[in-house]
Ligand binder design. Structure first.
Ligand code: ATP
Length: 206
């Protein structure tokens, strides 16, 4: 086992957008990572409510987004680990797998995910296995007190290690983008052009 600094960035990424891409690069540099695994989760088909949401499609969009960026970075790996396992993805299980590779794991969470950590399956194990990197995600309501309180609880109750990742806020979500795509609107400010071409080619989110 090594002490290679590994970052894990999981999500649904339906579709991947500029908030995800900027977060990945901010995470890479704030935590000085050696490798960053970007990992779409597996959602069993019967649980998925989004058309165009199958795991292989989301994986493919991430690969296109990260391999064809002008600022390509070979520390970033789009991983099929959770998709390949074909079972509901649990973060603690993924971290247990990566623990075989390194002792130094950090998991990235945007604010919405960060505030729900105590609801995750075996969340105490998540805190044991990895540091948590938090990136602020804009919301219509001010969540700064909630964030502070959550941090205090995670540290005092579960001995969590929390890292703040600075990033200028990016106010966009996949939900909003699916709506824009459905309406045939331009998304060039939010989705890389090659990903949007893929979305249009396969008529996703229509
Ligand atoms: P949806 O609208 O479908 O819920 P999403 O935009 O929230 O999608 P996810 O795939 O659920 O995207 O998010 C994966 C991770 O990226 C989560 O930790 C989430 O908090 C974070 N994230 C998503 N969008 C942003 C953003 N604009 N800024 C910072 N973090 C973000």
């Amino acid at each position: 086992m090594s002490d290679v600094k590994i970052g894990i960035y999981g999500g649904t990424f339906a579709p991947v957008h500029i908030g995800h891409i900027r977060s990945a690069f901010a995470f890479l540099s704030a935590c000085n990572l050696d490798k960053l695994f970007i990992m779409p989760n597996f959602i069993p088909p019967h649980k998925s409510t989004i058309q165009g949401d199958d795991p292989q499609t989301r994986l493919q969009m991430l690969k296109i987004a990260f391999s064809e960026l002008p600022f390509y970075n070979d520390k970033i790996i789009v991983s099929d680990f959770e998709v390949r396992n074909k079972e509901t993805s649990y973060t603690y299980k993924t971290l247990e797998h990566f623990k075989f590779i390194s002792n130094d794991l950090t998991l990235l969470c945007g604010t919405d995910n960060f505030l729900t950590l105590e609801k995750w399956k075996n969340f105490e194990r998540v805190f044991e296995l990895a540091k948590i990197a938090h990136i602020v995600r804009p919301n219509t309501i001010d969540e700064s007190d909630d964030i502070l309180l959550a941090k205090e609880i995670y540290i005092s109750k579960y001995n969590a290690q929390i890292v703040d990742v600075p990033m200028a806020p990016v106010d966009i979500s996949s939900t909003e983008l699916r709506e824009k795509i459905k309406l045939g609107e331009n998304t060039s400010m939010y989705i890389p052009g090659n990903v949007r071409m893929f979305i249009d080619k396969y008529n996703l989110y229509r």
